[in-house]
Design a binder for this molecule. Structure first.
Ligand code: GDD
Length: 409
């Protein structure tokens, strides 16, 4: 039996995702028309003998209530949200719910960060893990040497795939092989976390006795029951024949910013072409708009037949797209209205926003730059014939003049 746990974090995380995370917890932000967390959840479905999925985080319970009940029904698989009373770190969060997780007596626990975009090759990874015979297997990926320091960098044995060395976001280059935030563990992971908790407690006691604390005040920042999977577990266990790696050759990205959510939306839409083509707009039929490439349109959205949409566009519920509108590389959220002949390129248009006739909302398409795409928060009104380029607009603003490279607060 297998239990999957998806780490969703909480409201103090995901601040780089503003202004979009002001409305909805980042894990529920729509990517390719589905909540971010939906993609790892549907990947988990392919694991043989999966009995339960837990989402672990410190958001309010009610924020996830609707989603977990609808996805449980849809998948006919129990999906449950477990709320931590406070942030305990990625391993601490997992550990605090060990009793729930062990209820089903799983032989394996699949652990996933919610903010990664991947084809999640979980069944193959599970097979590899069983062959390696260790406590855990990490999904790893090769990235450019310049970008590697945003991740956990690691060295693996090319023959046995054993994890030999692990450093979290090092300042000096270690390796271009990085940790993808996707793991398979045996239940022994709980013993490993318990050991670390015990060591931390012992050290805290020692400090109290020797009033060591004043000298080492930097270590005070993290509470003794806060355990990070990467620094506290992976680093010390590397090279001990406990941890192994499985390299993905398919797509993998991290989703920390709105720009990356737009890029990942495109990656998932192109995956739909093979995996779930029924989710993509076909553009067939006389009354349909012209569709180019991979496009998702929610069934309740209304798109005028003279509009031209795609590639990489996702249009959420109740959006209305007017005659002659042109949309390329964008995410259009619920209840947005885009009027006649407006153009939207490399942008995210927030809930209930309106874009006037002949207006143009555009980014240059650099997903990593701060102002590389244009983002309109909730209920932004762009009036007729206004041009918005490479800008971020906070919720409830009206734009009646054109702007470029601006953050409108
Ligand atoms: N439940 C819970 N509680 N979840 C948490 C907590 C916590 O206290 N802290 C972080 N998370 C969740 C986040 O929501 C995210 O899904 C995941 O755990 C990892 O978040 P971070 O610990 O902030 O690390 P990171 O995303 O900067 O980097 C990690 O992931 C990279 C891959 O995306 C590291 O493991 C890197 O090594 C790795 O490359």
């Amino acid at each position: 039996r297998v239990v999957a746990v998806i780490l969703v974090g909480g409201p103090t995380k995901g601040t780089r995702f503003r202004p979009l995370s002001l409305n909805v917890p980042k894990p529920l932000f729509p990517i390719a028309g589905q909540p971010m967390v939906h993609h790892p959840i549907s990947a988990c479905r392919r694991i043989p003998n999966l009995v339960q999925i837990y989402l672990v985080g410190f958001y309010e319970e009610r924020e996830f209530a609707l989603y977990v009940s609808s996805i449980s029904n849809e998948l006919r698989l129990p999906v449950r949200y477990l709320r931590e009373d406070k942030p305990r770190g990625s391993a601490g969060g997992l550990y605090s719910f060990r009793d729930y997780i062990m209820e089903d007596s799983p032989s394996h626990i699949v652990l996933l960060n919610c903010d990664v975009c991947s084809s999640f090759p979980l069944p193959d990874m599970l097979e590899a893990h069983k062959k390696y015979g260790g406590m855990g297997t990490l999904l790893v990926n090769k990235v450019s040497a310049e970008s590697a320091n945003q991740f956990g960098e690691l060295v693996a044995d090319p023959e046995t795939n054993e994890l030999l060395h692990y450093t979290e976001k090092p300042e000096t280059f270690v390796s271009d092989l990085i940790n993808c935030g996707v793991y398979i563990f045996t239940p022994n992971i709980f013993n490993a976390i318990e050991d670390v908790l015990q060591q931390k407690k012992d050290r805290a006691n020692l400090r109290r006795i020797s009033s060591f604390e004043a000298l080492h005040s930097a270590t005070k920042a993290l509470p003794a029951d806060y355990v990070r999977l990467d620094q506290d577990i992976l680093s010390p266990l590397a090279g001990k024949k406990e941890l192994y790696t499985y390299q993905t050759l398919d797509f993998w990205e991290q989703i920390k910013t709105p720009g990356m959510s737009l890029r990942c939306s495109g990656l998932y839409l192109s995956q739909f072409r093979h995996a779930s083509p029924h989710l993509l707009a076909s553009g067939d039929g006389k009354r349909s708009a012209t569709i180019i490439g991979d496009v998702y349109i929610h069934p309740s959205a209304k798109v005028h037949p003279t509009a031209k949409i795609g590639p990489n566009v996702s249009i959420s519920a109740n959006a209305r797209i007017g005659a002659g509108a042109r949309l390329i590389h964008c995410i259009i959220l619920d209840d947005v209205e885009i009027m006649e002949n407006a153009v939207v390129i490399h942008s995210i248009v927030g809930w209930k926003s309106t874009i006037g006739k002949w207006s143009r909302v555009q980014g240059e398409g650099d997903h990593n730059a701060k102002l590389g795409i244009t983002i309109l928060g909730e209920a932004v009104d762009v009036e007729d014939e206004v041009v918005v380029v490479n800008s971020i607009v906070l919720p409830n603003k009206t734009l009646n003049v054109s702007v470029q490279e601006e953050i409108i607060l």
